[in-house]
Design a protein around this ligand. Structure first.
Ligand code: SAM
Length: 460
């Protein structure tokens, strides 16, 4: 274990809840906690899964569980089917913050600004009302791919993945009801999990991170509706990135802090900022079963209704889809009526009905990596289906499917040849624990494996 930076320890001496001895001890012991969050949008057979035995629940999460050890997630077909997300337990507190600060029964426009690899976005997808719209954004291009992949696996349709700089959202003034900023930070909260990160920590970097956090927040505030909620979080212990950012926000913007209730048994420490007594919530390993984390909620002043749905000129890549194409696609859909369809090149994409204008507005303002669910392309009256349709929550249960054992599932996920005893022809789903893993095409005497080449498992 690398030595904890003395400057970090010094800066925490006055932080509420900080106990140097316990802090040093948990880092020296280096114990590892593994937690996962189940996908409530997917029902599966738990018999051959990590959920087979009774697991300890993460106290502030309705779908989070601690695992007794760290299994090989790569060798678990259900991981690839989007049955759960491996997420650090403290950060699952976002659910509790949302429950207390936001009316989750309402359809909301939500932005997860710093979203890759998708932990907060998949959590948001599980707690937002069905007709809410989530914009899941990541500025770094190379990280958007994994974000889009994790969103696809989670399977929900009411999400748009974007690749934009925070300042680009100024084109969407007064638009979002909820903005989550899980800010890039100096990362001290993850020292126990990743001791190598200790060597990279410096006071200078904390200062740079704080400046960047201010810039990100200043850029995004105009896009938050009056009366809307901002959730700010970091995995840093440094007050400069936590309480001092809260003070800066209160000084610079018309916002008020939102106090959250935490149960004493949870071990979470409520702190207040030095200048404006703004409440924030600190997670210290040793006090909570999780890593270092900070979260705070704010409400933007005012109550103007925000952006109303408005007509934006249709862009070229959203041309109509023919009735004939829809007749081919509909039998694959769990609910045929809940969607509108648009085209991107030959692909037909489904999004929830009622989000047409929002999509057009987002298309006019942002770079969209992915929107809704790509169902596939209709070629010669046949759907050539997309992988993300197979693992989505909108795929019909009537699509032909074959349940396979672990060995066959892993072969399939490695994109190897698999054998299934059937003389049928056409598209079908390979399932494990009743959850689709992806498509195969039955050709009578053999089977083509359509698992995406770039998602396949590489190790054996
Ligand atoms: N919310 C994610 C999750 O739960 O899986 C983790 C987000 S991570 C703490 C911070 C993210 O902010 C990273 O994906 C990083 O690429 C992104 N980021 C880095 N610089 C940024 C900037 N200047 N503006 C916005 N986001 C930035």
């Amino acid at each position: 274990m690398n030595t904890l930076p003395p400057a970090l320890i010094r800066s925490l001496q006055h932080a509420k809840g900080f106990d140097e001895e316990t802090f040093r001890a948990v880092h020296e012991q280096g114990g590892q906690i593994t937690s996962v969050r189940r996908n409530p949008g997917k029902t599966f057979n738990v018999q051959h899964s990590i959920f087979n035995s009774s697991l300890e629940a993460v106290p502030w999460s309705s779908n989070g569980y601690y695992l007794p050890g760290r299994p090989s997630f790569t060798s678990d077909p259900l991981f690839h089917a989007g049955a759960y997300y491996v997420q650090e337990a403290s950060s699952m507190f976002l659910e509790e913050a949302l429950k207390q600060a936001v009316d989750l029964t309402q359809p909301l426009r939500v932005l997860d600004l710093c979203a890759a690899p998708g932990g907060k976005s998949t959590l948001l997808q599980s707690v937002l009302a069905r007709d809410s719209l989530l914009v899941s954004n990541e500025v770094i291009k190379t990280r958007v791919t994994i974000l889009a992949e994790n969103i696809s696996k989670w399977g929900t349709v009411n999400v748009v993945v974007t690749n934009n700089d925070p300042k680009d959202f100024q084109r969407l003034e007064n638009y979002f009801d909820l903005v989550v900023v899980d800010a890039p930070c100096s990362g001290s909260g993850l020292f126990r999990k990743d001791p190598a990160a200790i060597a990279e920590w410096s006071e200078n970097n904390v200062a740079l991170c704080a400046q960047r956090q201010q810039r990100i927040l200043a850029d995004i505030m105009p896009a938050l509706k009056e009366g809307g909620i901002l959730i700010y979080s970091t995995c840093s212990y440094s007050p400069e990135e936590d309480e001092e950012i809260a003070d800066w926000l209160l000084e610079e913007f018309k916002v008020e802090s939102v106090k959250l209730n935490v149960k004493e048994a949870w071990g979470i420490i409520e702190t207040v900022s030095a200048k404006y007594n703004s409440p924030g919530y600190r997670f210290y390993p040793g006090r909570v079963q999780g890593e270092g984390f900070f979260i705070a909620a704010f409400r933007k002043a005012g109550n103007s209704p925000g952006v109303q749905r408005q007509k934006v000129k249709t862009k070229k890549d959203t041309e109509g889809v023919t009735k004939k194409e829809l007749d081919v696609i509909r039998p694959f859909l769990a609910e045929a009526d809940g969607f509108f369809f648009f085209r991107q090149h030959e692909q037909v994409i489904a999004m929830p009905r009622g989000m047409e204008d929002d999509l057009k507005l987002l298309q006019a303002s942002l770079y969209i990596k992915k929107a809704g669910i790509r169902t596939g392309a209709v070629i010669r009256d046949e759907l050539v289906p997309e992988h993300e349709f197979a693992v989505s929550t909108i795929i019909s249960h009537t699509v032909k499917r074959f349940e396979v054992d672990t060995e066959t599932a892993l072969k399939y996920l490695r994109r190897e040849e698999i054998k299934i005893d059937t003389g049928d022809k056409g598209w079908a789903l390979i399932c494990f624990g009743h959850l689709p893993l992806g498509w195969i095409k039955l050709l009578g005497n053999r089977i083509n494996n359509y698992y995406p080449a770039n998602w396949r498992i590489l190790n054996r």
